[in-house]
Design a protein around this ligand. Sequence first.
Ligand code: AMP
Length: 398
Amino acid sequence: MNILVINCGSSSLKFQLIDSESEKVIAKGLCERIGIEGSRIVYQKPGADKKITEAPMQDHKAAIGMVIDALTDGQDGVVKHLSEIGAVGHRIVHGGEKFASSTKIDDTVLAAIEECSELAPLHNPANLIGIRACAELMPGTPMVAVFDTAFHQTMPEEAYLYGIPYRYYEKDKIRRYGFHGTSHSYVSKRAAEVIGEDIHKLKLIVCHLGNGASVSAVKYGESVDTSMGLTPLEGLIMGTRSGDLDPAIVEFIAHKEGMTLEEVMRVLNKESGVLGLSGGFSSDFRDLEDSYHAGKPEGTRAMKAFAYRVAKYIGAYTAAMNGVDGICFTAGLGENSPLIREMVCGYLGYLGVSLDEEQNAKRGEDLIVSTADSKTKILVIPTNEELAIARETYALVK
Ligand code: AMP
């Protein structure tokens, strides 16, 4: 069955058409600048050049219309008719406590996702627009919602509660939810396969290190803790997000700089992380690595602080699970940077970690990059959130 995977952002829409049997990507692409001047669709078939078409898209419905046109196009399309698309899988950022797994979309589910919008005001409304646009343009095609938060719903209370009055949890549902769940789930399952052991016998730590970054503790196949919280701002130092900090800093900056709460939150979300630490030099780790190798302070302090924070979380999650069998690196940075893996693993001597330099220099495939006698295994597992969404979707509609 052909599954269309849709990931709707506020002004962008990523898509992939995946054959559920071969699990191959049939076509993929991206609509950019939706609702803004200069909107365009980038469309690509495997092995072919990208086709970029500039066209006005006033909203997400127009964007999905363009995606359907591209997929069914007589010349460059991959299906003859819409009926060849068996189902649509939507990535939904926040499922709150309502969704502990993926679910087929109906009116009740739509209303529940809407209720979760309060927790993710930038993301869920865009996701909902995507669902509604597909429902209009592809009537009768089953749709599935796959939530970023669902995998972490197995966290115990002591991991998800904050040390604030309990009434805020009871009344407003303020708690740790965690994100990147589809990736943490996919990578931990794949890691168990690569190790060759039943996931229900393994204690794994997954480090999803991209522009957004999070760590999770996956004990016997279930997430028991993760570094992102109520929102994706908590935890690791990220590209532009601060991660953990003393909450009093918010008030301190607001007073000192004469800023509103919204302005301070903008600084913490958009101007902080390695971008902020490098004095505004770059949020891209390729630039930071160049700076680090050149011995310049901007990149060096940002990379060191980033790696230190990852190592601290690994220590915390090792304690939370009373041990760890494997530590997995994934996402843009985790998959592609031997240096960051080396810097993080430099802290893990107490876990008997020994990196295999030759293996660690490779990229692009599932790898064990620790030596055969390393007490804890270090793995690189390329994440594939789209494939995970397609699998979940197929499982619910087949
Ligand atoms: P993602 O959010 O998963 O797409 O990851 C984006 C991050 O991965 C950016 O900070 C990139 O700089 C980083 N990244 C991608 N490729 C490399 C590479 N070859 N070396 C170091 N960092 C990389």
